[in-house]
Design a protein around this ligand. Sequence first.
Ligand code: SF4
Length: 315
Amino acid sequence: MSILEIKNLNLGFNTECGFRQALWDVSFSLNKGEIHALVGESGCGKTISAMSALRLLPKNAVITSGEILFKGEDILKFDNRQMSSLRGAKIALIPQDPMTSLNPLYTVGNQLLEVIKKHQGLSGDAAYKKAVEALKIVQIPSAEERFNSYPHEFSGGMKQRAIIAMALACNAEILIADEPTTALDVTIQAQIMKLLSEIKNRTSAAILLITHDLALVAENADYVSVMYAGRIAESAPSEEFFANPKHPYSRALLNAIPSARTQKLETIQGQPPSIYQDISGCRFHPRCDFCMEKCTTEIPPLFDKGKNHLSACWL
Ligand code: SF4
């Protein structure tokens, strides 16, 4: 069941050079109990698409059209009060750097109590029990003692666990995990991803995983959407995507993962365009080995390739 649906989202920025479009007709949905990975190179629009769901956008961002449906309701029509009760309580953000969400001046426990009080309406013993239980679920050792620790007394992995505990304590239905393991070493990365998977299974939360790391996606995601230069290039169930990638950009990304056998790493020629570059037709065409004349003038729609697999390519 779809809990979040982004439909034909068009968004741009007011800049010194005028209005520049950054997202074109971005559509994807997130189902309960599913990890949906939004993949692409940096600047492709994956973070801004996800942040739209929290309406946490830069001041100069303008959504020009589209819908963002949370359980069927368009949150673009929500007032500030409605949005504030949605953020944290129903849709929680697991950021790349947990210190952007943790206040260094307060203990982890106090910050947990604060969100529980705000979003669950609990106080006193009930709030404390809920907070400690959440720390235990995310496997913080000696949770009762660690409750009184300050963020700087936690390792990077433990800080990320504390953020996940806050989302859990509020029974968040959607977790937006923005490159949640980038700042962590490989072993801790695996532990955090395992924890997110366990939470997905335990609570049926939907997780939107924003990442450039296809190896992480292969191991953890149920569904994949690849973005390129502000558009969805391809989307498919994870197994189908890795078995049968359709879009030349997806294939190039996959070829850029070093093979365990050959350790051969292929790079994608050129750079993704900035929002200041106007590109006609397929936005990948300047970098595509299969570019045809039509690709330079006509925008390919997302073609249905069967098995719930969509690809925006004229091939
Ligand atoms: Fe390449 Fe053309 Fe497909 Fe774009 S539409 S990815 S340029 S073949």
